[in-house]
Write a protein that binds this ligand. Structure first.
Ligand code: MIC
Ligand code: SF4
Length: 642
């Protein structure tokens, strides 16, 4: 039986385990990426491992999230990151050079190689046929230190594309359709592989839009074949030598198959407050719009911005709409500046930001109270824009620009003649904003400003766990609920004591105080707990506040891994109905947990002393993960292993 594309790459990189669905495997990692908001922690952890030079083929450190610099904190982080990169053999993409995933796609991704990044949208690289996964900073640090990356062998899902996209319909509509079909938890434990004859009509950056937002399915990653389109893109980036062909065997077997006919796909839009709340644009046409934001790692390629500029040319932004645009990279920015497209945007009234994440992570441009904001981004979780009452919709650049011009949600097919765009034969390549590591690393001093605080430590699992249920939450809790981002909190990413004061405040402002008053305790959650971002702060800061275990119906992959990495036990209710029997502030106890865990037991009694009931909880930790948790986290474990 032939192999899927994903299985071929896994097989090539397998260092431990068997490729049996659900079993833990370990793969060799060729490349890593970090961004500044997760990178400071990742490099503090890398430093703690005591490895002088990264052991990957190539590691790149980007600065793209915290670029507002409303105080000294962001700039302190940048200086720290730049010095660490120089010293330890890492390339450093300077602030202003662009969003990590866009720059990585343009300049560094290699088909058939593996990439781990401390950002959940790392699968963007799957657009070029790379096996790319998001992870917590500690897992990325471990990969830089030469350790393999561990994951349960995923199921492989084929999304077969037929036909060709119609005018004013684009890649974003494809992934929104996949989200409509599969939901935000439909991809958990799966790799989404794209195939079928429709693939050939999608450009490399179109494919990257699709694999990027595969993160919102909860998928391990998403991947496209590497074909002639990939080759042309890499040649235009001056990197033909790094190209190679990659495709699934004709008789490859898949665990699930979906089919999407591009011919009949219409413009789609995700409504508040979830990326899978998708309808056809035509169903909500006429809805008044207050803000339009174009950019992010999903939709800020040259193609996307040329379409936006083409639609805006000679027109004005609607008087009641604020239109903001952030180009994805310096390359894109410079190219639209030189070819005049930027002038068309500015002339129409667009507000141009630097090449960075910006509004996508609530770093500025928060919309007004109760605003309706249409964004080309990938997440519309409540409050993420910085305005709790805002209604954020997600759509492609065509739908976004149509709304900016008309002031209401508009089917872009009504804009008339489509804007044509041909992928350039040559992109403007200039890597001066990427600094190579130092040739003389001993001479490099690490710069540690006052915002860089030491890593907190965790002890192992206590003999018996007891304490209060500090918080009870529902299904699909995101890491934005657990550890909010935005302009106020993001600057504290290198300062765990300070950032821990914001844990769960989006849900319950009293949470940090309660956790401190009770000396820590437990969290009770529903399905898909911890979906969204890879931020390990959503585990690290609760750990700092004394959270010992999180008990849920199910977990999202990256967050589950982060909990283990910091020694917090991810436990599941054996009977999900028991969720209703346990309440916030109940006193609970899990007797003899440490010894039971050591002995390999998987089911424990959880005694709810307040409710007077005993329920069963379980874990699905691999042997290695059990040891990591018992050691109090992966850093302790790595040190113990020498
Ligand atoms: C996000 O989109 O939520 C982020 C900000 O890029 C995060 C990383 C972070 O929290 O720093 C992600 O997606 O992993
Ligand atoms: Fe940045 Fe937004 Fe992409 Fe996250 S999703 S990496 S915040 S642009």
């Amino acid at each position: 039986m032939g192999l899927s594309l994903a299985k071929k790459i896994i097989k090539d990189h397998l260092v431990e385990g068997n490729m049996v669905t659900g079993e833990e495997i370990a793969i060799r990692i060729d490349h890593t990426l970090t961004q500044d908001a997760t990178g400071t922690m990742a490099y503090l952890q890398f430093e703690a491992m005591g490895v002088p030079r990264v052991k990957t083929k190539r590691s790149v450190s980007y600065v793209d999230h915290n670029t507002l610099q409303a105080g000294f904190e962001n700039a302190d982080d940048h200086a720290y990151l730049q010095s660490v990169a120089a010293k330890h053999g890492i390339f450093f993409s300077r602030p202003g050079n662009g969003i990590c995933h866009q720059v990585q796609l343009e300049r560094f991704d290699i088909p058939g190689d593996t990439l781990v990044g401390s950002d959940s949208h790392t699968p963007t690289a799957g657009g070029l046929g790379m096996l790319a996964m998001g992870a917590g900073g500690l897992d990325v640090a471990a990969a830089m230190a030469g350790q393999p990356f561990y994951l349960p062998m995923p199921k492989i899902v084929l999304v077969k594309l037929t036909g060709k996209l119609q005018a004013w319909v684009s890649a974003k509509d494809v992934i929104l359709e996949v989200l409509r079909l599969m939901s935000v938890k439909g991809g958990v434990g799966k790799i989404i592989e794209y195939g079928g004859e429709g693939v050939a009509s999608l450009s490399a950056t179109d494919r990257a839009t699709i694999t990027n937002m595969g993160a919102e399915l909860g998928a391990t990653t998403s991947i496209f074949p590497s074909d002639n389109v990939t080759r042309e893109f890499m040649t235009a980036q001056g990197r033909e030598h790094e190209w190679k062909e990659l495709k699934a065997d004709a008789d490859a077997e898949y665990d699930e198959v979906y089919e999407i006919n591009l011919d009949t796909l219409e413009p789609m839009i995700a409504q508040p407050h979830s990326p899978d709340n998708v309808v056809k644009v035509s169903e909500i046409e006429g809805t008044k719009v207050d803000q339009v934001a174009i950019g992010s790692c999903t939709n800020s390629s040259l193609r996307d911005l040329m379409v936006v500029a083409g639609a805006l040319k000679g027109k004005s932004v609607h008087p009641t709409v604020s239109l903001v645009i952030s180009p994805g990279s310096k390359q894109v920015f410079e190219m639209i500046a030189r070819n005049g497209a930027l002038a068309d945007m500015v002339s129409a009234g667009a507000r141009i930001l630097e090449s960075a994440c910006g509004p996508c992570i609530g770093m500025g441009q928060s919309p007004k109270t109760n605003a309706i904001s249409i964004r080309t981004f990938n997440r519309n979780f409540e409050g993420r824009s910085g305005t709790k009452s805002a209604q954020v919709y997600l759509a492609g650049p065509e739908v976004a620009v149509a709304a900016a011009i008309n002031g209401v949600v508009t089917d872009p097919r009504k804009l008339g003649k489509p804007v044509s765009f041909d992928t350039p034969e040559k992109y403007l390549v200039d890597d001066r904003m990427v600094l190579a590591p130092s040739d003389n690393p001993e001479s490099v001093e690490i710069v540690r400003g006052p915002n860089i605080k030491p890593l907190p430590k965790n002890e192992g699992v206590p003999a018996t766990m007891s304490g209060k249920v500090l918080l009870k939450v529902g299904d699909n809790i995101t890491t934005d609920h657990i550890m909010p981002a935005g302009a106020k909190v993001l600057p504290l990413r290198s300062n765990i004591p300070a950032i821990s004061e914001h844990v769960f405040t989006a849900v319950d402002p009293e949470f940090p105080k309660r956790a401190r008053d009770f000396g820590g305790g437990f969290i009770l959650g529903g399905e898909n707990y911890g979906q969204g971002s890879s931020r390990e702060h959503a585990a690290l800061a609760p750990m700092y506040l004394g959270v010992k275990a999180v008990i849920t119906k199910s977990f999202a992959r990256i967050h589950r891994q982060n909990l283990i990495n910091f020694g917090i036990l991810p436990l599941k209710l054996v009977d999900p109905a028991d969720y209703d029997r346990i309440n916030q502030l109940d006193n609970i106890e899990i007797p003899d947990i440490a010894s039971k865990l050591k002995n390999g037991e998987t089911v424990f009694d959880l005694v709810d002393k307040t409710a007077g009931v005993t329920v069963k909880v379980t874990h699905d930790l691999s042997e290695r993960e059990r040891e990591v948790t018992l050691a109090g986290g992966r850093l302790n474990y790595i040190k113990e292993q020498g």
